[in-house]
Design a protein around this ligand. Sequence first.
Ligand SMILES: NC(=O)c1ccc[n+]([C@@H]2O[C@H](COP(=O)([O-])OP(=O)(O)OC[C@H]3O[C@@H](n4cnc5c(N)ncnc54)[C@H](OP(=O)(O)O)[C@@H]3O)[C@@H](O)[C@H]2O)c1
Length: 221
Amino acid sequence: MPERPYVLLSCAVSLDGCLDDTRPARLILSNEQDLDLVDAERASADAILVGATTIRRDDPRLLVRDAARRRERARAGRPASPAKVTVTRSGELDSGARFFAADGTAKLVYCYGAPARSLADRLDGRAEVVEADGAGGLGWVLEDLARRGVRRLMVEGGSEVLTALLADALADELRLAIAPVLVGDPAAPRFRGVRTRTSLLSVEDVGGMAVLRYRLGTEAR
Ligand SMILES: NC(=O)c1ccc[n+]([C@@H]2O[C@H](COP(=O)([O-])OP(=O)(O)OC[C@H]3O[C@@H](n4cnc5c(N)ncnc54)[C@H](OP(=O)(O)O)[C@@H]3O)[C@@H](O)[C@H]2O)c1
């Protein structure tokens, strides 16, 4: 069993590196073609991780959308969509969020101490709440996922979770979809406070978006 899963970071950014803006409505950066390629990545993952703020702000479903891909997974004896995973310190997650919908996917929430226990009560079986080792950070979460059989993990944001995995050299690959849009908002979420080296694997024009794949180094720089 590996120490941690293979970790693919996947996100869409504006030309000026923003993952979102600060307006109330969600900023959609991807086009349909890119969303379909992201769907294919989802279909090859065992689990998808997002930070709790992404659940609160974007309310994502995190399901494989394409019926053929869902059938293909079922034929291979896998659930139609990967397990959903999130992390929270506050435990402030709404049980009505789409993450927790009764959609047949396994759901794991990593939390610590008393907030973990009150969240478990509120979720009432909608997800397994794992009381995590606070000192271990996301490394502990990845090790626990590996113990549960997760070999390939896709991380779909947000900025804090992506940055933490980069900073701790806990990711293997980055898929960066660059939208032809400038956000121009200095307060918008983006990668911050991390320096790391990457090597370019591929560049693709996806309906006007530049989709870049990078191999990530094993050490943050
Ligand atoms: N463009 C894209 O591809 C894309 C994708 C996803 C999200 N986004 C955007 O990114 C923004 C959200 O990013 P964000 O940086 O604010 O938040 P985030 O990374 O989604 O979530 C951060 C939260 O995750 C929890 N967390 C982080 N590290 C943890 C750890 N080690 N242990 C336990 N819990 C931990 C904490 O939750 P608690 O606060 O509950 O303690 C923290 O506040 C949104 O604007 C969203 O739209 C963009």
